[in-house]
Design a protein around this ligand. Structure first.
Ligand code: SAM
Length: 239
């Protein structure tokens, strides 16, 4: 998969995604990340990429033309069609289901705003989708873009050492993940639940499912709303 990041600070996304699973996915060639700076497509000695907002008020707005030229160069760099995402607090909130869909696309362009955001005409003309990483405001889209890169990178085939581990994660089957424990069995903070040490795979699977259901019910009841639980799950939840 190829991801092109359009940003005044593309190095920020590069740095944030250079380690761990994401870094490995990049090293293995499962994900190619390319940074593009609209400043290189701006006019004049100052290479201006922003100006005041029409109508008055505080804050600057990212200009159409440097971004338009930059995006044209991005499109030209590779014949694979692009899906252009503008990271924006006004976008649809990013969820794991959408991450999976994005991860299956051959090529993504992540457009990062700064200041008050991007001139609306550029957004209307060039953007396929606006995505938000949550109901709060960041000073730039770079960290949000890094979140998207990380989330889709770990879903690329071969990115995780254990291919099955992503399927167990929170949200994959609509529930939160169960709690996990490791060595030592006994610690001042508590003891590892006995069932996990029993070697009884059926009992372990049952315990994990129950924990996932209870956690979801307690912490994120919205995930269960409108969901028809199986008879077995209902029983586990009631126990
Ligand atoms: N004036 C904009 C508004 O209130 O909707 C906020 C602009 S914000 C200061 C600057 C840039 O940060 C945005 O253009 C966007 O790219 C990015 N950004 C801020 N919050 C975000 C969020 N929750 N999700 C994704 N991107 C975000």
């Amino acid at each position: 998969m190829r991801i092109d990041v359009v940003s005044l600070f593309p190095e920020e996304v590069d740095r944030c995604t250079a380690f761990g699973v994401t870094g490995r996915a990049r090293e293995r060639g499962l994900l190619q990340l390319h940074g593009w700076n609209p400043r290189e497509y701006a006019d004049g000695n100052y290479r201006k990429t922003d100006d005041r907002t029409f109508g008055g008020g505080p804050g600057m707005v990212m200009l159409v033309e440097p971004l338009r030229r930059c995006l044209a160069a991005v499109r030209q760099a590779d014949p694979t069609p692009v899906h252009v995402v503008y990271l924006s607090p006004q976008g649809r909130r990013l969820e794991q289901k959408r991450v999976r869909e994005l991860a299956a696309m051959p090529r993504l362009v992540l457009l990062c705003g700064r200041y008050e955001g991007i001139d609306e005409r550029l957004v209307q003309a060039e953007v396929d989708e606006e995505l938000s990483i949550g109901d709060y405001v960041l000073s730039g889209g770079e960290l949000a873009a890094a979140v998207v890169v990380d989330a889709v990178a770990r879903l690329q085939d071969g990115a995780l050492n254990d291919a099955g581990s992503a399927a167990q994660d929170s949200f994959e089957d609509g529930l939160l993940d169960c709690p996990h424990y490791s060595h030592p069995v006994e610690h001042a903070y508590g003891t590892v639940p006995e069932v996990l040490r029993s070697g009884n795979h059926a009992a372990i699977a049952r315990w994990r499912r129950q924990q996932a259901l209870v956690r979801t019910w307690l912490r994120r009841p919205d995930l269960l709303q409108g969901r028809e639980l199986s008879k077995v799950d209902r029983k586990l939840l009631e126990e």
